[in-house]
Design a protein around this ligand. Structure first.
Ligand code: GLU
Length: 493
């Protein structure tokens, strides 16, 4: 017998941007689908018409595409299936598994208040469960509004399920009230819609955030009452900030939005790799994975029960986000094949107005060599447009600290560097080796420490304190730029 095909889903509510917690859920579902040869279904849970927006839907789709998470079916929209959710409730009524409840809001509030006074947990007391068919008919004939409640078994025992992350979870029937599945205005409740949709989409594994655990026993009761197969559940631990507060859009704003990472120079795969490790451990404690390696290594069993900590950086200008995420990004940026990095750098330079078509044409080879040279010190794609500016443009800022330390401390550089420019201008070939020879010769004549001249040149031609090997920089910048920049060095003293 062939094994049942795995079908998982990512089911975001489009009430804001895609945040890193949602992205992590999507990634785990995606990995599980790819690992098992199953299907990932994308379902937009947009039944909350007031809070759902088109902009949010687009943001979620864009975010997933950017991360490289491809889905096999959908997007389906929950709002298209409201009739089906109601019909399910009608079936439950007809089968005697649910009942109409005519209790008014005021009556329920009074009962809740009484329970509060007696310090008892409030549960709906089942008043309407005991109505006779004639009483129900009379109330309906009188036009009284009603909700629909599920009949929770009133017997010993409870609902249990084996969560693939948290293990066995049990809830006694006695602790579950006859909960509402359709509101008095005819709107199905989320627990019902979500379960009916999972059944229709033939979901085999519900992989979702820990907050879903509270709904699971109720949803299992719905599946059972409808005679539907119950999927397996895997709930994921929370992501906390360093103060142990739950990461949320409300308290962390943009800093936890996927688009924030996109705009701040992250490579999508670096973010995926980082988010996967935030809450999942592999036996070998490996850190870096290619897409294929990650799919092969991923296993729901490795999802941690303990909450993970995401080091949101709020007020530290040195880090825009978790330093681990930044170093993950730096790793990929420095090691990935150049041709794969190329389009990202291009996009970054375009954004900064530094892109020139020749970088993709006759100077492409130069462009790739430059990217390769400078990336060894970079962390984010944005660095190519900021720190990389002296390589792609003639106007670039001079760092004050570099001017002071590397130029102004040695006023004679104002003479030496233009002299050096003349020697460079006379060179037959302007290569790293040839420039090095010239510099070494000058050092010998002047009898000064190598650092004085070398650091001075570096700052004069790049405006920076540090950078890659000087002679490689010179060759990459080319004679014309180097000579011009050395000649105007007097301006900085
Ligand atoms: N729409 C729910 C959310 O965004 C998903 C719940 C689920 O995955 O079952 O939180």
């Amino acid at each position: 017998m062939s094994k049942e095909e795995v079908r998982v889903r990512f089911a975001p509510s489009p009430t804001g941007y895609l945040h890193i917690g949602g992205a992590r859920t999507a990634i785990y579902n995606w990995l599980y689908a790819r690992k098992t040869g199953g299907k990932l279904i994308l379902r937009i849970e947009d039944t909350d018409a007031e809070r759902s927006t088109e902009e949010s839907i687009q943001g979620i789709l864009d975010g997933l595409r950017w991360l490289g998470i491809d889905w096999d079916e959908g997007p389906y929209f929950q709002s298209h299936y409201v009739e089906e959710h109601r019909a399910a409730a009608e079936r439950l009524l007809a089968a005697g598994r649910a009942y109409k409840c005519f209790c008014t809001r005021e009556e329920l509030e009074e009962k809740r208040e009484r329970a509060r006074e007696l310090k008892l947990d409030y549960h709906y007391d089942g008043t309407c469960r005991r109505l006779s068919p004639a009483e129900v008919a009379a109330k309906e004939a009188a036009g009284l509004p009603y909700t629909i409640r599920l009949k929770v078994p009133r017997e010993e025992g409870g609902v249990a399920f084996d969560d693939l992350v948290y293990g066995r979870i049990e809830k006694k029937y006695a602790d579950i009230e006859d909960f509402v599945i359709v509101r008095s205005n005819g709107q199905p409740l989320y627990v019902l819609s979500n379960a009916v949709d999972d059944a229709r989409d033939r979901i085999t594994h519900v992989i979702r955030g820990q907050d879903g655990i509270a709904n699971t026993p109720k949803q299992i009761l719905i599946y059972r009452a409808l005679g539907l197969p119950v999927p397996q559940f895997a709930h994921m631990s929370l992501t906390l900030d360093p103060k142990r507060a739950k990461i949320s859009k409300r308290s962390h704003g943009e800093l936890v939005a996927v688009h924030f990472y996109r705009e701040h120079g992250f490579l999508p795969w670096a973010l995926v790799n980082f988010l996967v490790l935030l809450g999942w451990s592999n036996p070998e404690s490996r850190e870096f994975f290619s897409r294929e390696e990650l799919i092969a290594a991923f296993d729901l069993k490795g999802i941690n029960r303990a909450n993970s900590v995401f080091n949101v950086q709020k007020n530290d200008p040195k880090f825009i986000t978790d330093p681990k995420a930044i170093s993950m990004n730096a790793h990929y940026l420095r090691t990935m094949p150049l041709v794969e990095l190329e389009p990202y750098v291009r996009a970054e330079l375009e954004r900064a107005g530094l892109w020139r078509e020749e970088f993709a044409g006759e100077r492409r080879e130069w462009f790739l060599r430059t990217v390769d040279l400078i990336r060894s010190r970079y962390h984010l794609l944005t660095d190519f447009a900021t720190q990389g500016r002296p390589y792609f443009a003639d106007d670039f800022p001079m760092e004050e600290k570099a001017l002071n330390k590397n130029l102004r401390k040695h006023p004679q550089l104002a003479e030496w560097l233009p002299q050096l420019a003349d020697r460079f201008a006379a060179l037959e070939e302007f290569t790293a080796a040839a420039t090095e020879e010239v510099v070494r010769a000058m050092l010998a004549e002047l009898e000064i420490k190598a650092g004085i001249l070398i650091n001075g040149i570096r700052t004069a031609v790049t405006g920076q304190l540090k950078g890659p090997g000087l002679f490689d920089i010179l060759e990459i910048l080319g004679r014309e730029r180097v000579v011009a920049r050395l000649r105007r060095v007097g301006d900085y003293f």
